[in-house]
Every structure is written in C-alpha cells, then in structure tokens.
Design a protein. Sequence first.
Length: 399
Amino acid sequence: MSRRIRVRRQLLAAVPLSFLVTAVVGAQSVASTDTLRGVAISRRALTISLPLDTSVLTGTPPRLKSGWRITIGGDESTQSTTLSLTFRDPIAERAYRSATHPASCTVLTDAYSCRDSASAVIVNGRFVITVRDSAMLALLFGDRPTHLSVFAPAPLVRLWRAVVRYVDPQLLPASKEALAEYDRALGREGWSPWTRTLWAGPANGRDTLWMQVGERTTASVAERQGRAIDSFNQRSDFTVARWTSSDSSVVAFAPSNDPPRSITLVALRPGRTTIAANGLRGASDELPRSQRARSLTRDVIVTNPLTRIEIVPRPSKIVAGARFELVARVIDVNGAVVEGLPVDFYVIYDTPDPYGWEGKKYSLAPDVDLTAPGKRRFIARFAKFADTLDVQVVPRGPR
C-alpha cells in the first residue's frame, strides 16, 4: 500500500499560509507576460491556467522516464505547504483531451494526497489544472496571498508571481477544530510545536547580546516550527504589545522598519540590561502544541567602543610537545581589555590529510595539538575585528 494515503477532510486546517518556492530540477521554461488570469481560487476549486507553446499541440511529445512536475509556490518560509503535482503523460493534446488525474498531488502533510480531487485538461491552447477540495483550499489560502509562483517544465510557461484572483463563492476560514487537528497531524510527522524566539543582533544562538556604545541593532520576535528533513516553517501573524529595557540608560529603543514585532536597540553607555518583548499573542495560541510564550527576554551587555583584537603572546616557533597557552583578547578605545566577550578562537593545521573546511583540519584554539611538527594558524574573531598568528611547531631537539 502506498505510504501517501487519503485522510478525512475534517483533519485539514491552516498554517499562516503561503507556499514554498521549489524549483523543478532540470525543467526549462520561459517567463510569461500572461500573469493576470493564471490562478483563480474559490471555495470550491483552485484553477491554474497555463499557456501552452502552440507547437506542442501538433508536434511529437517527448518520451518521459519518470514523468514531470508542476510546483506552486509563494513564500519560502513555509515548507510544509508545498502544492506539487506529478504527471506521467507527456504534454500533448491527445493525452489531456479529457480531465486526467495527476500521478500524485502532495500538499500539507506527508499522509495527505489531493490526487483524487485534482485533474488537468488541455483546452483552448492552455493547460488547465483544477483542484477541488474545499477544506484543503481553506487551509492553503487562509491568509489570502495575492501572488503565487508556478514552476513548470517547457513547453508550459512559468508564471513568476502570478496574480491570484479570488472568485465567488468566496473562501471560508478554516475552523479552530480543523486547525488543531492539523497541528496534531504535523506533530505525528515530526514537526515541532510553534515556538517564539527573541532574536537580537547577529543570529549566533548566544543567550547574551554584546553591543558597543553608539551601536544600533535590531531585536525581533520570530515564530517557527521545524523538523530535521524539512528545515522550518515561519509565521508572522502575531503581535508584541510592548518592549521594555530593565535599564534604559544602558539600552534605549528606537522605531524599527518592521513594527510591532521588531525594535531598534541603541547602546548608550557601558553596562548590563535585559530587554523584553511583552504581551505576545497570535493565531498559534489556539493550537494544542503551541508554547504560548507571552514574554521573551534577552540579556544585553554594552562595552566601550572596541578598537582591535589580538592574540598574545606571539611566538613564531613552538617546540613539539611543549605546553603553551595563547589568549585572544579584545581591546577597547581606552586601551583596556574587555573581559568575557565571546571571541571565536580557532586553529587550522597544515596537514596533507583531507579534513573539514577546504581540506584543512581545524579545531578550537585551546584544544590545539602541539605534539606533531608542522604549521599552525590561529585565528581570533569578534564582530568586525580579527587577528591571525602563524606558528611553526618544530621537532624537539636531542636532550
């Protein structure tokens, strides 16, 4: 039995909907100027009308080994909602003279197939795909996207950001019960719950953000779910009621280009503070597996402006087997060493063995192996500052 089985329609529901833009490998297509009437959506059906190269209607269709695919996309951040249709028959008028089901139609979850509700036909020089599934359409277009992208092989024409027309009878929103069941279905397929995270500055995953006096950076809240094989989905249908700083003399706020989920941080003086995004609310609060975080925080440390980073001491040679400690330190505008900064400090080995990045073996500098002769390159980095030190490990001489 095929792994992709039909499920009850009432199990379908919506995520913050958009589609993943997925290119069809090896497909050759050309841009179309006919994008105004390519996609129509109603409560009853999704219709995709693609213009055909007229020569295909009279020419000999190519032989296909494994069929061909049409993929509909819009937003790369939502990867569990790709609509992908695979066809076995080559594009020829005689093959699609009457409505023909695709070989497969995949969307929403691993277990759901829209094959039986989808069909394709060639009519008036156009390849017309129709998908009739009211519950699935309510899910897929719950946020009513205005544009979609359609990727298809030649001789079909690829529609970049085709305008979507919503026609009568209009879509109805998915029910809370359907949304909840869809969330549970994603959980069974390995998707994590929707999780809210406060990002500030470079997305390096550290709990503390380091800033310099006079620096400005953006803090924002993201809501994501993911699984290892598919990366993640992201949604933005939530709000932040207010942003706070435990010490506004250290870090103050300025307007962001993307309110209200983002804010601009302004570092005013050296010190420590905690910023918080408070009053988070959104559609995922209704989902059974959502974490429903209402407030998120991030610690911020502000230093004086930095001037350089340096590796000390700076030997040119080290005897193999010697015990030797190198330190990367950051210096501020007053010449003082700033303690605690999360400096990236690595060592790269000159070795003939094909290790890691660009064929080099590398590791953290404090774990350097000095037992074998050869070249070691130490690299220290923080923010826009970096320092490099080349050291030759020489054989130990006779005692």
